[in-house]
Design a protein around this ligand. Structure first.
Ligand SMILES: Cc1cc2nc3c(=O)[nH]c(=O)nc-3n(C[C@H](O)[C@H](O)[C@H](O)COP(=O)(O)O)c2cc1C
Length: 271
């Protein structure tokens, strides 16, 4: 199978999939919706998460819970060894206080991944979370290599350490959006039946955010077309932020009357 070459600039805003949609309108009323619902003809697979083998559950969950943002994390061990690795079980938790979450699968029940170990055992060094943009995704991906301790992931990546302001861990200079973080909480995730801790959830308190001016909109927010952030899909797939569309969040004060007229009463019956 031949794969087309990468198209560097391919971000566009389009209409939403069904721009004439109105409140309460069923999915089947649009051509794309009808086509989507035809998929039901093939029935459903039901997976019992309690009995499914963990490998299959992993593959199913990481391919179904998509797209995931990727935290490119820089940390330092107690002995001063610097580490850089990507993690996609990552998200924003809240902005007040500014908190991010990253979840680390253990290498074995008694052995954490280096990044998690560093963050927990060397909290005074802090850590940085850097967003990966398309132009350096290959280098960032390569840091997931299970290299021996003496091989620097920074060297493998070809990326540049830039001193942070508050934390000791460097940030990635090539990243246009980096957060300096301190450990807020570390939560072991324990299997309810075996009692074994399989995973560690880290909550990081964001102290500083570095944003490259050229990716900012005049309003001071990040322009997704300029950031070119990558996301993680299942298996070894990544996705780009390609076509975007905008949908307003309805406010009852503006839309309430129309919603009542179009959808009707409490049980959603149509007028
Ligand atoms: C894009 C990507 C996302 C990843 N996400 C996670 C993750 O969320 N949690 C995890 O434990 N490992 C994840 N991994 C695997 C780690 O990056 C990998 O185990 C790495 O070697 C860990 O490095 P460390 O032991 O130096 O911390 C991911 C790998 C890639 C390439």
């Amino acid at each position: 199978m031949s794969i087309p070459a990468f198209k560097p600039d391919s971000f566009t805003y389009t209409d939403s999939p069904n721009p004439s949609w109105s409140y309460g309108q069923p999915v089947a009323s649009s051509p794309v919706g009808k086509e989507w619902l035809k998929g039901e003809d093939e029935g459903w697979k039901l997976v019992n998460a309690e009995t499914e083998n963990p490998g299959s559950l992993y593959a199913l969950m990481v391919s179904g819970i998509v797209p995931r943002p990727v935290a490119f994390v820089s940390s330092i061990s107690e002995d001063g060894v610097e580490n850089l690795s990507p993690f996609s079980w990552f998200n924003m938790v809240t902005h007040s206080p500014p908190v991010v979450s990253i979840s680390f699968a253990s290498k074995s029940p008694s052995s954490l991944k280096d990044t998690a170990q560093n963050i927990i055992s060397n909290p005074s060094a802090g850590f940085t979370v850097n967003i990966i943009s398309e132009p350096f995704v290959e280098g960032a991906n390569a840091t997931a290599v299970d290299a021996p301790a003496e091989v620097s992931e920074w060297g493998v990546s070809g990326l540049t350490k830039e001193a942070s302001l508050k934390v000791k861990a460097a940030r990635v200079k090539e990243s246009a959006f980096s957060m300096e973080c301190e450990l807020l909480q570390s939560i072991p995730i324990t299997h309810p039946e075996t009692g074994i801790s399989t995973t560690t959830l880290i909550l990081g308190l964001v102290k500083y955010i570095h944003v490259r001016n050229d990716v900012l909109t005049p309003k001071g927010t990040v322009d997704p077309a300029k950031l070119k952030a990558v996301s993680r899909l299942g298996d070894i797939s990544y996705a780009r932020v390609g076509d975007a569309f905008r949908l307003g969040r309805p406010a009852w004060k503006d839309e309430g009357e129309r919603i009542l007229a179009e959808v009707g009463g409490r049980n959603g019956e149509r007028n």
